[in-house]
Design a protein around this ligand. Structure first.
Ligand SMILES: C[S@@+](CC[C@H](N)C(=O)[O-])C[C@H]1O[C@@H](n2cnc3c(N)ncnc32)[C@H](O)[C@@H]1O
Length: 374
């Protein structure tokens, strides 16, 4: 006999709530979530007229948001975990690494920091303002508005997959594997703070047949936040195991989040499965997220190269993979990214720029395409 859906949902909710408590932090401090209006921020996200500038020759397009407040949604939902993340600084001359305190470790070290925050007129701003005084660092997030702009740029209007040189086998492949009423399947190799998840869900109704989001992240403490973001869009948790969560929405499209390293979990997916891949992976050891994450001796060989090779394998021909990544004091990746076509069928086709609202600094998103030459 099959289990009634409500019963399954209740069980899922219990599991995720006990996980939320397990990874909570018991320090009395005002929470960002209590100071924001999520409905208003969602409205702002979905109505932002992101500026697209194609005049900079270095970039395919440079996006500039008109309002970055919606990033408070993910920052608030994942606040506990964001404030737990530590940053490492690597000395570029001798390679020596120093670990900078996270906000929570500074709170444990200096009880007066909590008092100062609680007495401040805007406690959530004080968390940032007191960083240099107490020598801690708070990490940034990708921002859901930029993720939404990128998904809309690449996924609308929906263009069905048509093999470049039709042959009998490729025609039957396109009919069998890409029926017209299938949602677009998008891959996020490192879910992180859920900025791309939020960005993707916010454009479901703009994409013909919607999307199916598949994400990976070994850090299980982020799972309850993923459930919260899914809920904002009516996507209910309908299955949960130690390493997997499945969500079902009103359209019937399912979304999956795997709690395991991408390079391992992706092996169960077949070739030519995804319509789009886009992520913001770790910058080597620049940020340290959780003891659940693998530690790589050689980030290039053990993480970035397998990530590119596996993404290429599961991406459909001609589809795009976007990576928000750059050289950092912790790891130089650009040589590998430029040479991607020497070890798989991805080819670097350009870069997208993300212009900050307050500064002229442009963040880079690398754009690769899976090119199959017959
Ligand atoms: C937080 S995001 C990137 C942060 C970046 N500063 C940003 O927001 O643009 C990086 C995520 O990659 C995850 N991660 C680490 N190792 C991974 C792996 N092997 N596979 C997938 N995700 C991984 C981390 O747990 C983390 O949540």
């Amino acid at each position: 006999m099959s289990t009634p859906v409500n019963h399954v949902n209740n069980k899922c909710v219990q599991i995720i709530e006990s996980e939320r408590n397990k990874y909570a932090v018991n320090i009395m401090c005002p929470k960002l979530i209590d100071s924001i209006n999520i409905s208003k921020l969602l409205y702002d996200l979905m109505t932002d007229n992101c500026r697209q500038d194609t005049s900079n020759a270095e970039y395919i397009v440079v996006f500039k948001l008109t309002n970055d407040d919606p990033s408070l949604i993910t920052r608030a939902i994942q606040e506990t975990q964001i404030l737990k993340t530590t940053v490492t600084r690597t000395n570029k001359y001798n390679g020596k690494k120093t670990i900078v305190d996270s906000f929570w470790s500074a709170c444990e070290k200096y009880p007066e920091l909590i008092t100062e925050i609680n007495n401040h007129s805007t406690p959530n701003e004080a968390k940032w303002l007191l960083a240099s005084k107490y020598k801690y660092c708070i990490v940034n997030n990708f921002m859901p508005g930029y993720a939404r702009a990128i998904y809309l740029y690449y996924l609308t209007p929906y263009i069905p997959y048509i093999p470049s040189i039709p042959s009998i086998s490729s025609i039957s492949l396109s009919v069998d594997k890409v029926p017209a009423d299938e949602p677009l399947v998008i891959l996020d190799q490192s879910v992180g703070w859920t900025d791309r998840l939020l960005g993707a869900l916010s454009c479901i109704n703009k994409i013909k047949n919607g999307i199916r989001y598949v994400g990976f992240d070994p850090n299980k403490s982020l799972r309850s936040g993923c459930v919260d973001v899914m809920k904002l869009f009516g996507q209910e948790l309908t299955e949960i195991t130690d390493s997997y969560m499945e969500f079902t929405g009103t359209t019937g499209n399912k979304h999956s989040i795997h709690s395991e390293p991408f390079e391992q979990g992706i092996l169960e997916y077949p070739e030519n499965y995804f319509d789009f891949a886009f992520t913001s992976p770790p910058y080597g050891t620049l940020e340290i997220y959780s003891p659940m994450n693998p530690v790589y001796k050689n980030w290039i060989e053990d993480f970035y190269k397998p990530l590119l090779i596996q993404t290429c394998r599961v991406l459909k021909p001609h589809k795009f993979c976007l990576l928000h990544l750059d050289d950092s004091s912790s790891c130089n990746v650009s040589d590998l990214l430029i040479a991607v076509n020497t070890f798989c069928d991805l080819k670097l086709v350009g870069k997208i720029g993300l212009l900050g609202m307050m500064s002229n600094k442009i963040r880079t998103v690398w754009v690769f395409q899976k090119i199959i030459t017959e």
